[in-house]
Design a protein around this ligand. Structure first.
Ligand code: 9MR
Length: 366
């Protein structure tokens, strides 16, 4: 025990209180069990090195999840920090962890405009960009061949403010290779891992607003274009970074219409990065937790009504490790309460909301 406490001190924020000494006992099964009963997957994004060093964090994953996605360690710049050097120790650890705990794994992400190779500017040009991108994908996706449930092959490629007619974001790969970089990435991923479900993943598609409707249409056009060209794309990833203060714009019918259109292209749908910001809620914990739980439940009940939705992943499992603590800080400075488990790994109303949505979801056939 003392050993665990000492180790957890070394992880992350040194001023944070120690992680608890024992995982809270629970009488109910984990979310993975409720998901499995209806043929669904439930999981979360895992932080590094917390998964290795914080025993209770690891135990919580084993208890709650039947799928895991590395939050950062498979991103281009992290897994491939130099032209000839890869850093596979963290994702290898996670892949072994999944195997040990009978969990699936998602890969995130092969091509993105953020956390990109730090050597891109000095080493990559229009002549060699295709070779570098294909090598990267073959090496990274190839290493986990047969072990990945799915891969986010391309992440966040649509960005309407960039003003292009096709809606594509202006990224280094678009500039180097043109719009064909997307197709190229999917084909390389297919060669590297013929069994993984190859996914296009994006955000900002949840609400019934004109901006988000325009983005949904652009995503659908992209997916249709890929299917018409026989590009191996199998799934769409709906990030679902929600915010309590924006949730008045959510309409279940709008989400369901979008999902049905995606399903009609023959694609599966995964909710890949669900979380709910509590930035503008009052400090009172009970009130805040109920409000956040309400958002989880409303959103998931609508999403899980569409049979093409096969997996739900939250972007983190416990409030102890969440990007929202840095990016959506509360004005009062009180810690955020945005995920299913609190900072001490206790189940919150958000956990129960996810359980209820999983439990009432229509059974999946395949
Ligand atoms: O949670 C991730 C955070 O730790 C990183 O600093 C950040 C870098 O941009 O990326 C976060 O994860 C993002 C994910 O990879 C793609 N969709 C949006 C997520 C939240 O920003």
């Amino acid at each position: 025990m003392a050993d665990i406490s000492r180790r957890s001190l070394l992880v992350g924020n040194l001023t944070a209180p120690l992680a608890r000494r024992t995982l809270p006992e629970e009488t109910e099964p984990g979310l993975r069990e409720y998901a499995a009963r209806t043929g669904l997957l439930y999981g979360a994004a895992a932080a590094w090195p917390a998964l290795r060093d914080d025993e209770h964090y690891a135990q919580s994953f084993a208890r709650e999840c039947n799928i895991l996605v590395p939050e950062n360690v498979l991103k281009m710049g992290l897994v491939h920090p130099e032209p000839d050097a890869y850093r596979f120790e963290p994702p290898d650890f996670m892949a072994d962890f999944c195997q040990r705990h009978d969990m699936r794994m998602r890969g995130h992400t092969l091509v993105w405009h953020q956390q990109i190779w730090p050597w891109l500017k000095t080493h990559v040009n229009a002549q060699n960009a295709q070779k570098h991108l294909e090598q990267h994908i073959h090496t990274v996706a190839g290493r986990y061949r047969g072990r990945m449930h799915s891969w986010d092959v391309v992440n966040e490629a649509i960005h309407l403010p960039d003003g292009r007619e096709d809606g594509l974001r202006i990224t280094p790969f678009l500039e180097l290779l043109g719009p064909g970089y997307i197709e190229l990435a999917f084909r390389a991923a297919r060669e590297a891992d013929p069994n993984a479900k190859l996914t296009y993943n994006d955000y900002g598609l949840d609400y019934d607003t004109p901006q988000q409707e325009a983005k949904r249409q652009a995503v659908l056009r992209l997916l249709r274009r890929l299917k018409e060209r026989d590009v191996p794309v199998h799934a769409f990833g709906m990030q679902a970074h929600l915010d309590w203060s924006e949730f008045r714009h959510f309409k279940p019918e709008t989400l369901q219409r979008f999902f049905r259109e995606i399903a009609s292209l023959g694609l599966e749908i995964y909710i890949t990065e669900l979380d709910v910001s509590d930035r503008d809620l009052p400090d009172d914990v009970a009130e805040r937790d109920e409000a956040i739980a309400g958002v989880y439940e409303t959103y998931l009940k609508a999403a899980l009504g569409e049979p093409a939705v096969k997996a739900v992943l939250t972007w983190g499992l416990t409030d102890r490790y969440t990007w929202l603590a840095g990016r959506r800080k509360r004005a009062s400075g009180t810690p955020v309460r945005v995920l299913p488990l609190d900072r001490e790994y206790r189940r919150k109303p958000a956990w129960r909301a996810i359980r209820d949505a999983l439990r009432s979801a229509p059974a999946r056939t395949a």
